[in-house]
Design a protein around this ligand. Structure first.
Ligand SMILES: C[S@@+](CC[C@H](N)C(=O)[O-])C[C@H]1O[C@@H](n2cnc3c(N)ncnc32)[C@H](O)[C@@H]1O
Length: 544
């Protein structure tokens, strides 16, 4: 059993310390944060660990224990000692770099802090002899004070919000793509899925949730069966050392150990076995610059000693993700050569629509969705007369007329227009696409590798499920309709066999004659047509 349960899989109802949470600033702007009770990194805030955003500062202690989805108000944080702590204490002490004056001031501050802490604890009736770390207590004592403005929402981590907030180390697969890919790969609880390369881990997190069926060691008998349930796993590969290390750490921090296994490997060179063991995968996702070089490792058999990374008793589904059409062509060509079928390319064009009311008029003030142009000729005329009148007064008297206009955006007016006039129901309903939706426009190549079917398999299933039905002794294995169909088929096969035998006999009798007969133009040629052999043996035009 994993030491840590992933918040991506079981988020609970509230944000917990030492677990990932998502600080949601606005749509498409989120900050992943591991919440800490204490400021172990000594960042110098009196309130402990703090997350700073453009909407204010949020001490972690104001987030821990709050229900997911809560709106959290910003706090005024005490940054008093931050400047001094920019230098780590051990650095300050090293070689006596710290000036005696500075040291004295720091000692005084630390002493003050300790005294304040002791006083506070004494006020609360706590024993001053408790053997606790003084500095930690001092930090705990600083209460967060709510700021005048600024808030965020606290969200449970999901693969979707992780994708939009993760630290990018590479181009990543976005939600519109991976949701479709996982659906086409038939990824489900218990699936074994190969993923290469892992990159920034966007697809890794999404696939981990799709295949999750419990942590290793937590298997329970599957319902009434004694068979243990099959646990899903993501077999992930990355050849870039730093990316591999970073992702490994993230997977550990996110409690996904045992569900995701990351291997540092060039899959094009070394294939997909892990310590000589097959992942037994039934789904494969390739996000590589040259996927066609990895494909020869994803076969069921090869001459010599070869262990396939694929599940021998299942159909295998593959998706290759490539930005260029030339990559797609090469990948498809090699797929055909290796026996993949149902090869198909798809591009996801995801669009988000903004739908709103469009109102027209000049007297409604600057409200959302309002086009401030006259809604009718009458409204335009009225405005024109007003302006002309003002001009006339100015020319006649030289006085500027100040039109007294009510502010259309004052609270009363807005409430009146919303509650009484139900202005939100006015106007045409319009929509427009939002151009900034993030999805990486790559081509997705899908294919299927059917299960290998040997003569032994055929014999085994025929023995297991006999096709011949026996009626009469009470055993009926086929419906009457199916029986009738089978009888018709058997009779047809019998007729065809007899006709073929007759034909063979006839040609045997005139054998020599027909061999001598020259081919006449217009008759079907008996000369076999050789299929074209293409450059480098790659039959680009070979049908699947
Ligand atoms: C575009 S990124 C993958 C992004 C990832 N799918 C995600 O959603 O975050 C491609 C990754 O493949 C890795 N890579 C390229 N060739 C590889 C190979 N032969 N074996 C393993 N990894 C490889 C690269 O280092 C890179 O990190």
């Amino acid at each position: 059993m994993a030491s840590k349960v992933s918040p991506f899989l079981h988020s609970g109802t509230v944000a917990q310390a030492d677990k990932l949470s998502i600080v949601h600033l606005k749509r498409d702007l989120q900050l992943p944060t591991i919440l800490r009770e204490h400021d172990d990194d000594d960042e110098g805030y009196a309130e402990g660990k703090v997350v700073n955003t453009r909407f204010g500062s949020f001490p972690h202690k104001t987030l821990i224990g709050r229900p997911w989805g809560s709106q959290i108000l910003a706090s005024r944080v005490d940054t008093g000692s931050r400047g001094r702590r920019d230098q780590k204490p051990e650095k300050r002490h090293r070689d006596g770099i710290e000036a005696p004056e500075k040291k004295r001031k720091r000692d005084e501050l630390e002493e003050e802090s300790k005294t304040a802490s002791k006083r506070s604890r004494a006020d609360n009736g706590e024993s001053l002899d408790a053997g606790v770390n003084e500095s930690v207590v001092a930090k705990e004592e600083a209460e967060a004070v709510t700021a005048q403005s600024g808030f965020i929402h606290l969200l449970a981590p999901t693969p979707e919000n992780w994708t939009s907030s993760l630290p990018h180390r590479t181009q990543v697969v976005y939600t519109p793509d991976y949701s479709y890919i996982l659906h086409r790969l038939k990824a489900r609880p218990g699936s074994q899925i190969i993923e290469a390369g892992a990159g920034s881990g966007s697809f890794t997190h999404a696939s981990a949730r799709a295949i999750y069926h419990g942590y290793p060691g937590s298997e329970v008998p599957n319902g009434s069966h004694t068979k243990k349930q099959k646990l899903g796993k993501v077999w992930s590969y990355e050849f870039h050392e730093q990316r591999h290390e970073k992702l490994q750490k993230e997977i550990h921090d996110h409690g996904l150990d045992g569900i995701v296994e990351i291997t540092h490997r060039d899959v094009c060179e070394d294939g997909f076995l892990v310590n000589g063991k097959s992942p037994n995968a039934e789904a494969v996702f390739l996000d590589l610059p040259a996927p066609w070089l990895a494909l020869p490792h994803l076969v069921r058999s090869k001459p010599g000693t070869f262990v396939s990374p694929l599940n021998p008793s299942a159909t295998v589904y593959i998706c290759s993700f490539s930005p260029c059409i030339e990559q797609v062509q090469k990948t498809m060509s090699v797929m055909r050569q290796l026996g993949w079928v149902d090869i198909e390319m798809v591009a996801i064009a995801h669009k988000r629509f903004e739908i709103r009311r469009e109102r027209i008029g000049i007297d409604n003030g600057a409200q959302r969705g309002l086009q401030t142009i006259p809604a009718s000729v009458d409204e335009a005329l009225q405005r024109l007369l007003e302006v002309e009148g003002n001009f006339k007064v100015f020319h006649d008297t030289g006085a500027k007329t100040k039109r007294k206009r009510d502010n259309p955006n004052n609270r009363e007016k807005i409430m009146e227009s919303l509650v009484e006039k139900k202005i939100y129901k006015d106007g045409k309903l319009v929509h427009r696409t939002e151009p900034e939706v993030k999805n990486h426009t790559s081509y997705l190549v899908f294919a299927i590798l059917p299960q290998e079917w040997s003569a032994e398999d055929e014999a085994r299933v025929r023995a297991e499920w006999p096709a011949v039905a026996r009626k009469g002794d009470g055993v009926v294995t086929m419906s009457n309709r199916a029986l009738k169909k089978a009888a018709t088929r058997a009779a047809r096969e019998e007729r065809e066999k007899a006709a073929a035998a007759k034909k063979a006999h006839a040609s045997e009798l005139n054998g020599e004659k027909s061999e001598e007969k020259p081919a006449i133009s217009g008759e079907k040629s008996t000369i076999p047509i050789e299929s074209p052999v293409l450059d480098g043996g790659e039959s680009d035009f070979k049908a699947s």
